[in-house]
Design a protein around this ligand. Structure first.
Ligand SMILES: NC(=O)c1ccc[n+]([C@@H]2O[C@H](COP(=O)([O-])OP(=O)(O)OC[C@H]3O[C@@H](n4cnc5c(N)ncnc54)[C@H](O)[C@@H]3O)[C@@H](O)[C@H]2O)c1
Length: 362
């Protein structure tokens, strides 16, 4: 019996391979078409995932294929444009990669376009499906470490890169509260980009969650990094990094044995993500874990770190600035580039002219 849902994937790079495995291993979905502006990337992906219908122009794929689900797997500045273009064709769901967008204005436009076209919009915060993340949330909510007080995450390669997963972790284990404020500090003397948009050289942010719980995000301060956070409570602490969890209570350290401990990158998360989206489409779970509102919440905190540095103040949320405050700070001279020369941390992925960071800026 053919799978119920026809999937099309925009962009055939590294993360598209994880989406591909997810959609292929979910029995309800079938990848019917792919689009990538780079012919070799398209051909290689089509060959590896046995997809015959291939497009150099993603808009042509959207117009021709009557897709039920669209994966958006391109670089960050293209997420909004591609998601909005896909929404017009009214698929049942769009799974857009993280970070959701590069400004709140873009994120809002994506949400509105999806709502008006009755499309469910998911963001690729697939780590919410890790059993260790879910167990950490359960432990915190059951009071295993007392009242959570401080959450600390450290990342590298730009906050808007893996930092989005760490902030998403903080929000997830706290039950997705509405953060109240953010105080941030940013150093940016080189013209550093990642996935086609500006990032800082290093930064630090404190997030004020309700009940005087504080979260910390630091980026590029130390070489070591973590995908998750340490959570300090009144009666213990826990540490999460990727799909690993250990926690300290009055009875000593305990290590959690993940139920989904596959060795491949991201474990089973993309398959669980695919099943989760199908259940969401079918109305079997209204509380799908990685919805646009959660993707926007993580984005808003990161942009608030930049806004706080730009405005030299603690920023109250919701954030009012709809542009990317880091761009505004650089372009208005608040954060001048002192060592000129754009470079992108992901330039090793550039395959051709259309993907260069100068092309992204046009
Ligand atoms: N969720 C995660 O854990 C995770 C991990 C890595 C990357 N990501 C995100 O995934 C996205 C892609 O990252 P990647 O590492 O796969 O990048 P990549 O460079 O490997 O792939 C990007 C692909 O986009 C294609 N492309 C560029 N312009 C296009 C266009 N106009 N139309 C169609 N295709 C186009 C390129 O040819 C390339 O094949 C980024 O937003 C990144 O932040 C998420």
């Amino acid at each position: 019996m053919p799978a119920k849902y026809r999937v099309g994937i925009i962009a055939s790079g590294r993360i598209a391979r994880e989406h591909g495995r997810g959609w292929q291993e979910c029995e309800h979905t079938q990848i019917v078409a792919i689009a990538d502006s780079h012919p070799q990337a398209l051909a290689q992906y089509g060959h590896d995932f046995h997809v015959g219908r291939r497009y150099l122009d993603y808009r042509e794929m959207l117009a021709r294929e009557e897709l039920d689900i669209v994966s958006v797997c391109s670089w960050d500045p293209m997420h909004a444009e591609m998601t909005i273009a896909a929404a017009v064709h009214q698929p049942k769901a769009i799974l857009c990669e993280k970070p959701m967008a590069v400004s709140l204005g873009e994120a809002d436009a994506m949400i509105i376009a999806c709502e008006r076209n009755n499309v469910k919009l998911a963001i690729g915060h697939q780590r919410r499906f890790y059993s260790a993340w879910q167990e950490a949330k359960r432990l915190i909510q059951d009071g295993a470490i007392g009242e959570p007080k401080r959450l600390w995450s450290a990342v590298r390669s730009g906050m808007m890169n893996t930092g989005t997963h760490c902030i998403d972790f903080q929000l997830f284990v706290l039950g997705d509260p509405q953060p109240q404020w953010v105080m941030g500090s940013v150093e940016r003397k080189t013209d550093r980009y990642i996935f086609g948009h500006r990032v800082e050289d290093r930064c630090f942010g404190v997030i004020g969650y309700p009940n005087e719980v504080e979260g910390i995000i630091e980026s590029d301060m130390n070489p070591s990094y973590q995908l998750g956070a340490n959570v300090y409570g009144t009666e213990g602490m826990l540490e999460v990094n990727e799909n690993r969890l250990r926690y300290l209570t009055k009875r000593g350290w305990k290590e959690f044995e993940p139920t989904d401990k596959e060795q491949r990158p991201y474990g089973h998360a993309h398959v669980d993500q695919a099943y989760g989206i199908v259940e969401w489409i079918e109305g079997k779970n209204e509380n799908y874990l990685g919805q646009a509102k959660q993707g926007k919440a993580a984005l808003e905190i990161m942009l608030a770190v930049y806004e706080s540095a730009r405005m030299h103040e603690r920023v109250m949320l919701p954030l009012l600035t709809r542009a990317n405050p880091l761009d505004v700070a650089v372009e208005s001279g608040v954060l001048p580039v002192e060592r000129p020369g754009m470079y992108d941390e992901r330039s090793f992925l550039v395959r051709g002219e259309s993907m260069s960071w100068s092309a992204q800026k046009k």
